[in-house]
Design a protein around this ligand. Structure first.
Ligand SMILES: *Cc1c(COP(=O)(O)O)cnc(C)c1O
Length: 371
C-alpha cells in the first residue's frame, strides 16, 4: 500500500493545519445551545457598513463578469487615502492570501523566518510550507515584544522578519522606540513583513506610532499588511492589502497571485467601506468602550489579569485548566479561542463582541470559574 501522505511534498507532510475556530452551527449542534456568542475570530459585531452592503448588492448583478484584475478603483482610493503611489499596493483574497504569496515568492529551502511567540498561526505554517525554518522569539514576561531578543535572532539566513503589531493573540504592540530599534537593526538582506491587521483599532492610541511613516522614512525593505476583515467588517468577503517599500516588491508578489484573486463584490464593498468613516469610527469606539468594561470585570470581579490590548480582543490566562473552562463556555454557548501553542496553553483569547454577547461571555466565564 502506498500511503496517501507520501504523495505530498515533504514540508506538507509535516505541516499542522490552521486552527480556524468553531462555527455557530457546530456549537449549536454539539452542545445543544440555541444562543451562541461567536467570540473566537475577532469579527466586527456592528456588521457590514450599510454603504458597503449597498455597493456589494449593486455589484452582485455583474457576477457573470471577471473582476478588475488590479483592483483599480480601490487601488486609487487607497493610494489617495494613504498618500502613496498605487504601484506600491498589492491586494489579496484576505491578507492571509498575501501571507501565502509572500512566503512562496521570497522563501527558499534553508531560509529562515523570524517571528514572535505566541504567534499568528499562518506566520509559521506558510513559511514551513515553503521549506523555510521558523525561529519563534517568545514575548517578554510583560507580554510585550522583546525587541532585543527578536533582533538578536537575525542570522545571515533570515529572509523574512514577520509578525503582527498589535499582536494577535496578545494585543500588545510595538511603541515607537521599539519599532525604531527593529528598523535600526534589520539586516539589509531581511524583508520586514509587518502585519497590521488591527491597525484601525490601534491607530490614535497614545503609545501607538505611525508605523508606516516610520518605515517610509527608513531604508528598510518592508511590506505592511492590512485587511478589510477586522475594523472594516468584511471578513466574509475576503480582501486585504499590502503596502510595499518599493513597486518592484509589489510586482514580484503579483507574479504569484492568481490573476483574479479579489472578487468584484469584495472590491466594491471595500471601496465603499473605506469611504464610510462613520461606520469605522463607530466600530472603533464600540471596541474601546467594551474592551475597558470587560477588562474591569475580568480584573475586579473575577480576579484575572487580562493583558492590555490595543485590538478587538483580550488575551488572558485562565486560573483553572483551560480545557474545562473552554468546555463550560461552549456548553453555555460561548466560543472563544483557547490558545493551542506550546508555552501559552493556559491562555484564552476572547473577541470584543456586541454588548449582549460580551455579557453572555462574562456570565459564562464566571460560571465556568466557580463551577
Ligand atoms: C485576522 C488576521 C489576518 C487575516 O486577515 P484576512 O484579511 O481576513 O485574511 C492576518 N493577520 C493577522 C495577525 C490577523 O489577526
Amino acid at each position: 500500500m502506498y500511503a496517501s501522505n507520501t504523495f505530498a511534498r515533504t514540508e506538507v507532510q509535516a505541516l499542522n493545519g490552521y486552527n480556524a475556530g468553531l462555527s455557530i452551527e457546530a456549537v449549536q449542534e454539539r452542545h445543544g445551545v440555541l444562543r451562541v456568542a461567536k467570540l473566537g475570530s475577532n469579527e466586527n459585531p456592528l456588521g457590514i457598513s450599510p454603504k458597503a452592503l449597498a455597493a456589494l448588492t449593486a455589484e452582485a448583478h455583474q457576477a457573470a463578469l471577471y473582476p478588475n484584475q488590479s483592483c483599480g478603483i480601490l487601488r486609487n482610493a487607497l493610494a489617495h487615502k494613504l498618500a502613496i503611489d498605487g504601484k506600491n499596493l498589492v491586494f489579496g483574497n484576505g491578507s492571509e492570501d498575501l501571507l501565502s504569496i509572500i512566503c512562496r515568492v521570497f522563501l527558499d529551502h534553508g531560509d529562515q523566518v523570524v517571528t514572535i511567540l505566541p504567534s499568528f498561526g499562518l506566520h509559521i505554517i506558510y513559511p514551513q510550507a515553503a521549506g523555510a525554518e521558523v525561529i519563534g522569539v517568545p514575548m517578554g514576561s510583560d507580554m510585550r515584544v522583546d525587541v532585543q531578543a527578536l533582533m538578536a535572532a537575525m542570522t545571515p539566513r533570515t529572509r523574512l522578519l514577520m509578525f503582527s503589531s498589535p499582536s494577535n493573540p496578545v494585543g500588545s504592540a510595538l511603541n515607537s522606540a521599539e519599532l525604531q530599534y527593529v528598523i535600526d537593526n534589520l539586516p539589509p538582506h531581511t524583508l520586514l513583513v509587518f502585519d497590521e491587521a488591527y491597525f484601525e483599532y490601534a491607530n490614535g492610541e497614545a503609545d501607538y506610532p505611525d508605523c508606516l511613516e516610520m518605515l517610509q522614512k527608513s531604508q528598510c525593505h518592508y511590506i505592511v499588511l492590512r485587511t478589510f476583515s477586522k475594523a472594516y467588517a468584511l471578513a466574509g468577503l475576503r480582501i486585504g492589502y499590502g503596502i510595499t517599500s518599493d513597486p518592484a516588491l509589489a510586482e514580484l508578489i503579483d507574479r504569484l497571485r492568481t490573476p483574479f484573486n479579489v472578487n468584484r463584490c469584495a472590491q466594491a464593498a471595500a471601496t465603499a467601506a473605506l469611504a464610510d468613516n462613520e461606520h469605522l469610527i463607530a466600530s472603533i469606539q464600540h471596541v474601546r468602550s467594551e474592551r475597558s468594561r470587560i477588562n474591569k470585570v475580568l480584573q475586579q470581579d473575577l480576579g484575572l489579569q487580562p493583558i492590555p490590548s490595543l485590538a478587538n480582543f483580550i488575551f488572558f490566562s485562565s486560573p483553572l485548566a483551560v480545557d474545562s473552562v473552554n468546555l463550560s463556555l461552549l456548553q453555555q454557548g460561548v466560543i472563544t479561542k483557547p490558545w493551542a501553542e506550546a508555552g501559552y496553553r493556559q491562555f484564552l483569547r476572547v473577541s470584543i463582541g456586541s454588548c449582549e454577547d460580551n455579557n453572555l461571555f462574562l456570565q459564562a466565564l464566571e460560571n465556568a470559574l466557580h463551577q
